[in-house]
Ligand binder design. Structure first.
Ligand code: GDP
Length: 435
């Protein structure tokens, strides 16, 4: 998915607009137990184009200098990572010096920009927007976050400027692997370890995304590509350690991967940010593996691994399907365990179950534990079929889809998982009406 970023001074209303754009989607995600969500990124669809949207603001701070610094950083982030930038200004305060400065940065970037003028109250007059033509980005779009007016026009303008979809040119038999995790967890080290030390960059090929550099390699006859190895090697930027920066990079890499390695720092343990990062891979429907790195630093006995794995299970309730691999990128101990697991989950991610077998499994499951009832009516599941792979997507045809409960869906998922492997892959289940 391409990324749309929202940039602007504090208090121009970025998060209000962000929330309007992602709307109910976020709420739905948050309903499911175990998933925590930071409110800085969401997904949307408009005029048939799917996109991710990132609110690069979020932290509202005081003091003119601090504000300028934070806005500059947002703009840099957005310029580096976004495909389209929504530059938000405020009709109430009018054009400010800070707006001008950001505009200069954005102009130099040559990224597609849409100026959104928020807090326009009188849509019949629109005098408010004239002064913003001087920013140099064409027609500003008047909006009102608090009244929810103009959001459609804004999305029209943003989506129209998204780049054309580019087909990836990797063969079907190549497994695309992304490494994600918070800074310093050892992503670059693991890339080096997998590729055999520092010779890496010589064999790089340019990916289709402008600035992504992927690195192909082969092991035991299987071809792999490590996604965005260049991005992981960028060093020394002030914002590298900020969560938003890592989020955007991770999102892009996940989007293009088949298998996602979610790196956990074995030395420091699991923190909240790890959950956000893992959640992106889950929601994107990718195969995932937890890789506990820096295992060399741990004092171990015969229970250590088991305890750590349990700790992962407790923290990542929504990803019980993901296998856990313990290793050290530094000493390369247990490194050989990783690629076989990558191959296995990649296979499971693309697994297709025959319809009659699936129907047998579900019938048996229903016989043991019948579907929910509501006011004397019972949910009746008539037919089941797998409609897609990567991730496996299963549709249940039923008399009344509204009667499906999350817990019953989970029960059926567990039955399906008990019958097949599906290791490392999320399974999507939809209930459709058909009696
Ligand atoms: P990145 O920010 O996720 O790419 O992390 P790096 O690969 O740059 O690693 C961050 C730091 O952790 C570096 O100082 C590495 O040498 C160190 N490191 C990475 N992997 C391991 C490991 O398996 N064991 C130990 N002890 N240190 C590691």
């Amino acid at each position: 998915r391409p990324i749309i970023a929202i940039v602007g001074r504090p208090n121009v209303g970025k998060s209000t607009i962000f929330n309007r754009i992602i709307g109910d989607r976020l709420a739905i995600v948050e309903d499911k137990p175990g998933i925590t969500r930071d409110r800085i990124y969401g997904t949307g669809e408009w005029n048939g184009r799917a996109f991710s949207i990132v609110d690069t603001g979020g932290i509202e701070i005081d003091g003119e200098d601090e504000i300028m610094k934070s806005v500059r950083m947002q703009a840099e982030l957005a310029i580096e990572e976004a495909d389209v930038i929504i530059f938000m200004v405020d009709a109430k305060t009018g054009l400010t010096h800070a707006d001008d400065e950001v505009a200069q940065m954005l102009l130099r970037s040559r990224k597609p920009i849409v100026v959104a003028v928020n807090k326009v109250d009188n849509f019949s007059r629109q005098d408010d927007v004239y002064e913003f033509y001087s920013l140099g980005f064409g027609d500003p779009v008047p909006i009102s976050g608090s009244h929810g007016i103009g959001i459609g026009d804004l999305l029209d303008a943003a989506v129209e400027r998204l780049p054309e979809l580019v087909e990836e040119h990797y063969d079907e038999d190549v497994i695309r692997v992304a490494l994600i995790g918070r800074p310093n967890v050892g992503k670059s080290s693991l890339v080096n370890a997998l590729l055999g030390e520092e010779r890496v960059i010589v064999s790089d090929v340019a990916g289709t995304t402008r600035d992504a550099i992927d690195t192909p390699f082969e092991r035991d006859g299987q071809k792999f590509v490590l996604i965005d190895t260049a991005g992981m090697r960028k060093r020394g930027k002030v914002y590298e350690s900020t969560e938003k920066y890592s989020v955007m990079r991770a999102l892009k890499a996940i989007e293009r991967a088949d298998v996602v390695l979610v790196l956990i720092n074995g030395e420091e343990g699991i923190i909240e940010q790890d959950k956000h990062i893992a959640g992106y891979a889950h929601e994107a429907g990718k195969a995932s593996i937890f890789v506990v790195n820096k295992w060399d630093t741990i004092e171990k006995d015969d229970k250590t691994m088991q305890h750590f794995e349990q700790n992962i299970r407790d923290h990542f309730l929504f990803m019980t399907y993901a296998p856990v691999v313990f290793l050290s990128a530094k000493t390369k101990s247990r490194l050989h365990k990783l690629l076989p697991v990558v191959c296995r989950v990649s296979e499971q991610h693309a697994l297709r179950i025959q319809t009659h077998i699936l129907n047998d499994i579900i019938s048996d499951a229903i016989a043991i534990n019948p579907p929910p009832t509501d006011k004397g009516r019972r949910l009746r599941i008539n037919y089941v079929t797998q409609v897609a792979v990567k991730p496996p997507t299963i549709v249940l045809f039923a008399n009344d889809p509204d009667m499906m409960h999350f817990s019953y869906e989970r029960y059926l998922e567990n039955k399906i998982r008990a019958a097949f492997d599906f290791a490392g892959t999320p399974i999507r289940i939809f209930t459709r009406k058909k009696s």
